[in-house]
Design a protein around this ligand. Sequence first.
Ligand code: MF3
Ligand code: CO
Ligand code: CO
Length: 289
Amino acid sequence: MGVRLMTVNPVVPYSITPHRSVPAQIQPPEYVGKKAPTPYSGSNVATPETIEKMRESGRIAHLAILEGAKHIAPGVTTDAIDAVIHEFICDNGGYPSTLGYRGFPKSCCTSVNEVICHGIPDLRPLEDGDLVKIDVTVFKNGVHGDNCMTFGCGTLDQASADLMTRTQEAMNRGIKAVKPGRQLNVIGRVIEAYAHRFGYGVVRDYTGHGINTSFHSGLIILHYDAPALTTVIEEGMTFTIEPMLTLGDYRSNVWDDDWTVVTNDLSRCAQFEQTIVVRRDGAEILTAP
Ligand code: MF3
Ligand code: CO
Ligand code: CO
Protein backbone atom coordinates (compact mmCIF):
# COMPACT_ATOMS: atom_id res chain seq x y z
CA MET A 1 0.00 0.00 0.00
CA GLY A 2 1.23 3.48 -0.84
CA VAL A 3 1.73 6.39 1.51
CA ARG A 4 -1.57 7.36 3.09
CA LEU A 5 -2.16 11.04 2.52
CA MET A 6 -5.87 11.07 3.29
CA THR A 7 -6.99 11.80 6.79
CA VAL A 8 -8.81 8.75 8.13
CA ASN A 9 -11.26 10.79 10.21
CA PRO A 10 -11.88 14.11 8.50
CA VAL A 11 -12.32 17.11 10.76
CA VAL A 12 -16.00 18.11 10.94
CA PRO A 13 -17.63 21.23 12.40
CA TYR A 14 -18.70 21.24 16.07
CA SER A 15 -20.67 23.84 18.04
CA ILE A 16 -19.16 27.27 18.64
CA THR A 17 -19.52 28.74 22.13
CA PRO A 18 -20.94 32.25 22.81
CA HIS A 19 -18.90 35.39 22.20
CA ARG A 20 -16.22 36.11 24.81
CA SER A 21 -16.12 39.69 26.08
CA VAL A 22 -13.11 41.96 26.23
CA PRO A 23 -12.67 44.37 29.17
CA ALA A 24 -14.00 47.84 28.35
CA GLN A 25 -10.63 49.55 28.89
CA ILE A 26 -9.04 47.55 26.02
CA GLN A 27 -9.13 49.45 22.73
CA PRO A 28 -10.49 47.29 19.86
CA PRO A 29 -9.29 47.75 16.25
CA GLU A 30 -11.48 50.00 14.08
CA TYR A 31 -13.02 47.08 12.15
CA VAL A 32 -14.72 45.48 15.16
CA GLY A 33 -18.49 45.77 14.76
CA LYS A 34 -18.10 46.57 11.06
CA LYS A 35 -18.45 44.30 8.02
CA ALA A 36 -14.87 44.85 6.86
CA PRO A 37 -11.76 46.82 7.81
CA THR A 38 -11.09 50.26 6.34
CA PRO A 39 -8.57 49.66 3.52
CA TYR A 40 -5.04 50.73 4.46
CA SER A 41 -3.53 53.48 2.35
CA GLY A 42 -0.36 54.26 4.32
CA SER A 43 3.25 53.26 3.78
CA ASN A 44 4.60 49.70 3.80
CA VAL A 45 7.56 51.10 5.75
CA ALA A 46 6.73 51.48 9.44
CA THR A 47 7.96 54.26 11.70
CA PRO A 48 10.39 53.36 14.52
CA GLU A 49 7.56 53.99 17.01
CA THR A 50 5.23 51.57 15.21
CA ILE A 51 7.98 48.94 15.07
CA GLU A 52 8.60 49.19 18.82
CA LYS A 53 4.89 48.85 19.54
CA MET A 54 4.64 45.88 17.16
CA ARG A 55 7.35 44.08 19.13
CA GLU A 56 5.09 44.28 22.19
CA SER A 57 1.99 43.06 20.29
CA GLY A 58 4.08 40.33 18.65
CA ARG A 59 5.53 39.17 21.94
CA ILE A 60 2.09 38.86 23.52
CA ALA A 61 0.83 36.93 20.47
CA HIS A 62 3.75 34.52 20.70
CA LEU A 63 3.43 33.98 24.45
CA ALA A 64 -0.34 33.50 24.06
CA ILE A 65 0.27 30.64 21.61
CA LEU A 66 2.69 28.98 24.04
CA GLU A 67 0.15 29.38 26.84
CA GLY A 68 -2.62 27.85 24.71
CA ALA A 69 -0.36 25.05 23.50
CA LYS A 70 0.26 23.89 27.08
CA HIS A 71 -3.32 22.66 27.04
CA ILE A 72 -3.08 20.60 23.84
CA ALA A 73 -4.01 17.02 24.80
CA PRO A 74 -6.47 14.35 23.67
CA GLY A 75 -9.98 15.29 24.82
CA VAL A 76 -9.30 19.02 25.17
CA THR A 77 -11.41 21.17 22.84
CA THR A 78 -10.03 23.92 20.63
CA ASP A 79 -12.61 26.17 22.34
CA ALA A 80 -10.85 25.57 25.67
CA ILE A 81 -7.56 26.59 24.06
CA ASP A 82 -9.25 29.73 22.69
CA ALA A 83 -10.45 30.58 26.22
CA VAL A 84 -6.89 30.40 27.57
CA ILE A 85 -5.54 32.53 24.72
CA HIS A 86 -8.34 35.08 25.03
CA GLU A 87 -7.69 35.54 28.73
CA PHE A 88 -3.91 35.74 28.31
CA ILE A 89 -4.19 38.46 25.66
CA CYS A 90 -6.68 40.52 27.67
CA ASP A 91 -4.61 40.13 30.85
CA ASN A 92 -1.72 41.66 28.92
CA GLY A 93 -3.78 44.63 27.78
CA GLY A 94 -4.21 43.43 24.20
CA TYR A 95 -7.21 42.82 21.96
CA PRO A 96 -7.37 39.46 20.08
CA SER A 97 -7.32 40.82 16.51
CA THR A 98 -9.35 37.97 14.99
CA LEU A 99 -12.33 38.55 17.33
CA GLY A 100 -14.81 40.44 15.16
CA TYR A 101 -12.49 40.61 12.14
CA ARG A 102 -14.89 40.34 9.18
CA GLY A 103 -17.22 38.58 11.60
CA PHE A 104 -14.73 35.92 12.77
CA PRO A 105 -16.15 34.77 16.12
CA LYS A 106 -13.10 33.75 18.18
CA SER A 107 -9.82 35.02 19.61
CA CYS A 108 -7.50 32.79 17.59
CA CYS A 109 -7.57 30.35 14.69
CA THR A 110 -7.18 26.67 15.52
CA SER A 111 -6.66 24.60 12.36
CA VAL A 112 -6.41 20.84 12.81
CA ASN A 113 -4.99 18.24 10.36
CA GLU A 114 -6.34 18.94 6.84
CA VAL A 115 -7.58 22.37 7.91
CA ILE A 116 -5.08 24.75 6.28
CA CYS A 117 -6.01 27.92 8.18
CA HIS A 118 -8.85 30.02 9.65
CA GLY A 119 -10.24 27.12 11.67
CA ILE A 120 -12.75 28.37 14.25
CA PRO A 121 -12.16 27.13 17.82
CA ASP A 122 -15.13 24.87 18.64
CA LEU A 123 -16.18 21.96 20.85
CA ARG A 124 -14.33 19.26 18.85
CA PRO A 125 -12.16 17.35 21.33
CA LEU A 126 -8.59 16.96 20.09
CA GLU A 127 -7.53 13.39 19.26
CA ASP A 128 -4.24 11.61 19.77
CA GLY A 129 -2.13 12.23 16.65
CA ASP A 130 -3.82 15.50 15.62
CA LEU A 131 -1.68 18.18 14.00
CA VAL A 132 -2.75 21.47 15.60
CA LYS A 133 -2.04 24.95 14.21
CA ILE A 134 -2.62 27.89 16.54
CA ASP A 135 -2.61 31.34 14.91
CA VAL A 136 -2.83 34.38 17.20
CA THR A 137 -2.84 38.07 16.35
CA VAL A 138 -2.75 40.76 19.03
CA PHE A 139 -3.72 44.45 18.74
CA LYS A 140 -2.18 46.72 21.35
CA ASN A 141 -1.14 50.40 21.29
CA GLY A 142 -2.70 50.68 17.84
CA VAL A 143 -0.63 47.99 16.10
CA HIS A 144 -0.86 44.25 15.36
CA GLY A 145 1.53 41.32 15.80
CA ASP A 146 0.68 38.00 14.06
CA ASN A 147 2.16 34.58 14.94
CA CYS A 148 1.35 30.93 14.14
CA MET A 149 2.86 27.63 15.24
CA THR A 150 2.05 23.96 14.68
CA PHE A 151 2.00 21.35 17.47
CA GLY A 152 1.34 17.65 17.79
CA CYS A 153 -1.40 16.32 20.06
CA GLY A 154 -0.13 13.20 21.81
CA THR A 155 1.93 11.06 19.43
CA LEU A 156 2.29 12.27 15.83
CA ASP A 157 2.86 9.90 12.91
CA GLN A 158 6.29 10.35 11.30
CA ALA A 159 4.98 12.04 8.13
CA SER A 160 3.15 14.68 10.19
CA ALA A 161 6.13 15.23 12.49
CA ASP A 162 8.42 15.72 9.48
CA LEU A 163 5.93 18.07 7.82
CA MET A 164 5.84 20.15 10.99
CA THR A 165 9.61 20.55 11.41
CA ARG A 166 10.18 21.14 7.69
CA THR A 167 7.46 23.80 7.51
CA GLN A 168 9.21 25.68 10.31
CA GLU A 169 12.50 25.29 8.45
CA ALA A 170 10.84 26.55 5.23
CA MET A 171 9.62 29.65 7.08
CA ASN A 172 13.08 30.23 8.55
CA ARG A 173 14.65 30.00 5.09
CA GLY A 174 12.13 32.54 3.81
CA ILE A 175 12.98 34.86 6.69
CA LYS A 176 16.73 34.51 6.05
CA ALA A 177 16.22 35.41 2.37
CA VAL A 178 14.89 38.86 3.35
CA LYS A 179 17.39 41.67 2.61
CA PRO A 180 16.76 45.28 1.61
CA GLY A 181 17.17 45.71 -2.16
CA ARG A 182 16.01 42.20 -3.05
CA GLN A 183 12.59 41.57 -4.57
CA LEU A 184 9.78 40.04 -2.49
CA ASN A 185 9.73 37.02 -4.80
CA VAL A 186 12.95 35.72 -3.23
CA ILE A 187 10.93 34.62 -0.18
CA GLY A 188 8.55 32.29 -2.01
CA ARG A 189 11.35 30.99 -4.19
CA VAL A 190 13.38 29.61 -1.28
CA ILE A 191 10.29 28.32 0.55
CA GLU A 192 8.94 26.46 -2.47
CA ALA A 193 12.35 25.06 -3.45
CA TYR A 194 12.76 23.60 0.03
CA ALA A 195 9.17 22.26 0.20
CA HIS A 196 9.45 20.57 -3.20
CA ARG A 197 12.47 18.56 -2.05
CA PHE A 198 10.01 16.58 0.03
CA GLY A 199 7.15 16.63 -2.46
CA TYR A 200 5.05 18.91 -0.27
CA GLY A 201 2.26 21.09 -1.61
CA VAL A 202 2.72 24.84 -1.15
CA VAL A 203 -0.60 26.59 -0.51
CA ARG A 204 -1.16 29.52 -2.91
CA ASP A 205 -4.63 30.73 -2.02
CA TYR A 206 -3.51 32.23 1.32
CA THR A 207 -0.49 34.47 1.67
CA GLY A 208 1.67 36.47 4.01
CA HIS A 209 0.82 40.15 4.30
CA GLY A 210 1.97 43.57 5.31
CA ILE A 211 1.00 44.34 8.90
CA ASN A 212 1.32 47.46 11.07
CA THR A 213 -1.54 49.64 12.31
CA SER A 214 -3.52 47.54 9.82
CA PHE A 215 -3.97 43.75 10.25
CA HIS A 216 -3.63 43.16 6.49
CA SER A 217 -2.09 46.24 4.91
CA GLY A 218 -2.44 45.19 1.27
CA LEU A 219 1.19 44.14 0.73
CA ILE A 220 1.16 40.46 -0.31
CA ILE A 221 3.88 37.90 0.43
CA LEU A 222 3.69 34.76 -1.72
CA HIS A 223 5.12 31.46 -0.46
CA TYR A 224 5.72 30.02 -3.94
CA ASP A 225 7.99 31.15 -6.75
CA ALA A 226 6.28 34.13 -8.42
CA PRO A 227 8.85 36.10 -10.46
CA ALA A 228 6.23 38.80 -11.19
CA LEU A 229 6.28 39.83 -7.53
CA THR A 230 9.01 42.40 -8.13
CA THR A 231 8.32 44.79 -5.24
CA VAL A 232 11.66 45.71 -3.72
CA ILE A 233 12.18 44.92 -0.04
CA GLU A 234 12.91 48.11 1.91
CA GLU A 235 14.34 48.73 5.34
CA GLY A 236 11.50 49.29 7.82
CA MET A 237 8.92 47.21 5.96
CA THR A 238 6.83 45.05 8.30
CA PHE A 239 5.14 41.89 7.04
CA THR A 240 4.42 38.27 7.85
CA ILE A 241 5.94 35.12 6.38
CA GLU A 242 3.55 32.23 7.00
CA PRO A 243 3.97 29.22 4.69
CA MET A 244 1.32 26.51 4.69
CA LEU A 245 2.76 23.20 3.44
CA THR A 246 0.74 20.05 2.77
CA LEU A 247 1.41 16.33 2.45
CA GLY A 248 -0.55 16.34 -0.83
CA ASP A 249 -2.57 18.79 -2.88
CA TYR A 250 -1.89 22.50 -2.38
CA ARG A 251 -5.38 23.45 -3.55
CA SER A 252 -8.07 24.36 -1.02
CA ASN A 253 -11.79 24.53 -0.33
CA VAL A 254 -13.71 26.57 2.20
CA TRP A 255 -16.38 25.04 4.47
CA ASP A 256 -19.96 26.30 4.53
CA ASP A 257 -19.04 28.38 7.60
CA ASP A 258 -17.17 30.61 5.07
CA TRP A 259 -14.00 30.44 7.19
CA THR A 260 -12.52 26.96 7.58
CA VAL A 261 -10.04 26.28 4.75
CA VAL A 262 -9.21 22.62 4.01
CA THR A 263 -7.01 20.85 1.49
CA ASN A 264 -8.82 19.48 -1.57
CA ASP A 265 -7.55 15.97 -0.94
CA LEU A 266 -7.83 16.18 2.88
CA SER A 267 -4.06 15.81 3.17
CA ARG A 268 -2.56 17.31 6.30
CA CYS A 269 -1.14 20.81 6.49
CA ALA A 270 1.36 22.55 8.78
CA GLN A 271 1.96 26.29 9.16
CA PHE A 272 4.38 28.61 10.93
CA GLU A 273 4.20 32.39 10.86
CA GLN A 274 6.33 35.25 12.12
CA THR A 275 5.89 38.99 11.88
CA ILE A 276 9.16 40.59 10.79
CA VAL A 277 10.68 44.01 10.23
CA VAL A 278 13.30 44.51 7.55
CA ARG A 279 16.59 45.80 8.94
CA ARG A 280 19.75 46.83 7.07
CA ASP A 281 21.24 43.35 7.43
CA GLY A 282 18.05 41.27 7.16
CA ALA A 283 14.82 40.39 8.93
CA GLU A 284 14.27 40.91 12.64
CA ILE A 285 11.48 38.81 14.16
CA LEU A 286 8.88 40.83 16.09
CA THR A 287 6.89 37.80 17.30
CA ALA A 288 9.60 36.69 19.71
CA PRO A 289 9.51 36.04 23.46
N1 MF3 B 1 -3.89 35.38 11.55
C1 MF3 B 1 -4.34 35.12 10.20
C2 MF3 B 1 -3.21 35.57 9.30
O1 MF3 B 1 -2.14 35.08 9.46
C3 MF3 B 1 -5.59 35.83 9.84
C4 MF3 B 1 -6.76 35.30 10.55
S1 MF3 B 1 -8.12 36.24 10.13
C5 MF3 B 1 -9.40 35.39 10.78
O2 MF3 B 1 -3.32 36.43 8.48
F1 MF3 B 1 -10.41 36.15 10.63
F2 MF3 B 1 -9.50 34.23 10.17
F3 MF3 B 1 -9.18 35.15 12.03
CO1 CO C 1 -0.80 36.55 9.09
CO1 CO D 1 -1.73 34.71 11.56
